[in-house]
Design a protein around this ligand. Structure first.
Ligand SMILES: *Cc1c(COP(=O)(O)O)cnc(C)c1O
Length: 404
């Protein structure tokens, strides 16, 4: 079990008033808050070992390199990758998707197909669209139903020998749906297609096992999982990363540079051109240690309690409709109240110290599907409480009275 008071005390930002009210932070799907150990680790890095990695023979450079590589191994264990060189440091999920979509030009030709789902974040749509435009391939969309669940019979019907890669999210950021990715991966592989999993919303809540899933690629962002902004991970199976051309050229990613021809470094360096976000990569390891110390199974169980409580509490509000009612959900509640514009609700609850997100949440096709201009989204984390959910419900009721 989690000691919520102790956990809250680890997050200094939570202990403040916003607009004269105690802060209630329900925008966790946009970015998570950071525990003191993570904040401290950033300062410690700059106070003690700041240096460029993989280059110097001097002591500080060695320490920074060791810390960076130790973090890579920590992440390898966390996601159960077979090799640490299958773990690439990135600036976040978007970077990981672009790296793969760009390199995939080498494996796809005119008339081939790339498949995404109807509930993808823009960053798991646009890079694939750009790939399709470059090579003359077709973007195919796995449809969803009114609950916000993917229609798996349609998925299987759409798969064919033309499908080169399937790119889907593990968890939807605007609906909260937890997708049956193991099944999706197995079916894609039966058709010889590779699978890219966008794990941006999964990493804060669960421990993905990339070998058990058998996914070809899995990406997530540090900043949504208690880690520093500008840190992230792209996992890729060794055989894919060996085949995939580099994304960016520069220092660190080469073996030898000649004006006639250069050769590339071994994994993972082939994909890590230039000086990376060194402290971000190191401190992402600290964030993962923090999540594991709390226990992701405990985190998940508690967040499910918050989800159930919040769903029930919000549904008591007359005219409130939840968008995204899948059977398996992460602690994300997207809703609208009657015809009130989501932005108006967001602005009023903000005056009461409650941070929610409003708008299309970078998933315009999802909003079009449900025929709404946007939603109010409350997304919970393990440092939130039921009392905070009560405060949200009261604030939404107040907004409703003011606006109707
Ligand atoms: C946030 C998010 C992204 C993009 O992550 P960045 O950290 O902005 O690169 C992609 N997919 C999903 C599902 C997300 O929630």
């Amino acid at each position: 079990m989690l000691d919520i008071n102790a956990i809250r005390a680890d997050f200094p930002i939570l202990n403040q008033a916003v607009n004269g009210k105690p802060l209630v932070y329900f925008d966790n799907a946009a970015t998570s808050q950071k525990p003191q150990v993570v904040i401290d680790a950033i300062a410690e890095y700059y106070k003690q070992i700041n240096s460029n990695i993989h280059r110097g023979v001097h002591a500080l450079s060695q320490m920074a390199t060791d810390a960076y590589e130790t973090s890579r191994q920590k992440i390898q264990q966390h996601i159960n990758a077979k090799h640490s060189h299958e773990v690439l440091f990135t600036t976040g999920t978007t970077h990981g998707i672009n790296l793969v979509a760009n390199g995939f030009s080498a494996f796809i030709k005119q008339g081939d197909e790339v498949m995404v789902s109807a509930m993808e974040h823009h960053s798991n749509i646009v890079p694939w669209q750009m790939l399709c435009e470059r090579v003359g391939a077709k973007l195919v969309v796995i449809p969803m139903d009114d609950k916000g669940e993917l229609i798996l019979e349609e998925y299987e019907r759409l798969l064919s020998g033309k499908t080169r890669i399937v790119a889907v999210n593990h968890i939807s950021n605007s609906l909260g749906t937890i997708n049956p990715i193991k099944y999706i991966i197995t079916k894609a592989h039966e058709h010889g297609a590779a699978v890219f999993i966008d794990g941006a919303q999964a990493a804060p809540h669960l421990k993905p096992d990339v070998q058990a899933l058998d996914c070809d690629f899995y990406a997530f962002s540090g900043h949504k999982a208690c880690g520093p902004t500008g840190s992230g991970v792209l996992y890729g199976k060794e055989e894919w990363l060996n085949k995939l051309p580099p994304y960016q050229g520069g220092g660190e990613m080469i073996k030898e540079v000649r004006f006639e021809k250069s050769t590339y470094a071994d994994l993972p360096h082939k994909f890590e051109a230039g000086t990376p976000n060194i402290e971000g990569g190191i401190v992402l390891g600290t964030a993962i240690d923090y999540l594991n110390a709390a226990g992701l199974n405990h985190i998940m169980a508690y967040e499910q309690e918050l989800l159930q409580y919040g769903t029930q509490k919000l549904l008591e509000i007359e005219g409130l409709k939840i968008i995204g009612t899948a059977a398996r959900k992460a602690p994300v509640i997207s809703f609208n109240v009657g015809d009130i514009h989501p932005y108006d609700i967001g602005a009023i609850v903000d005056k009461m110290g409650i941070a929610v997100r409003t708008g299309h949440h970078c998933t315009q096709p999802v909003m079009d599907f449900f025929n709404v201009p946007g939603t109010v989204r409350a997304s919970f984390s393990f440092y939130n409480t039921k009392e905070e959910i009560d405060a949200l419900a009261e604030a939404v009721k107040k907004a409703q009275r003011m606006l109707s």
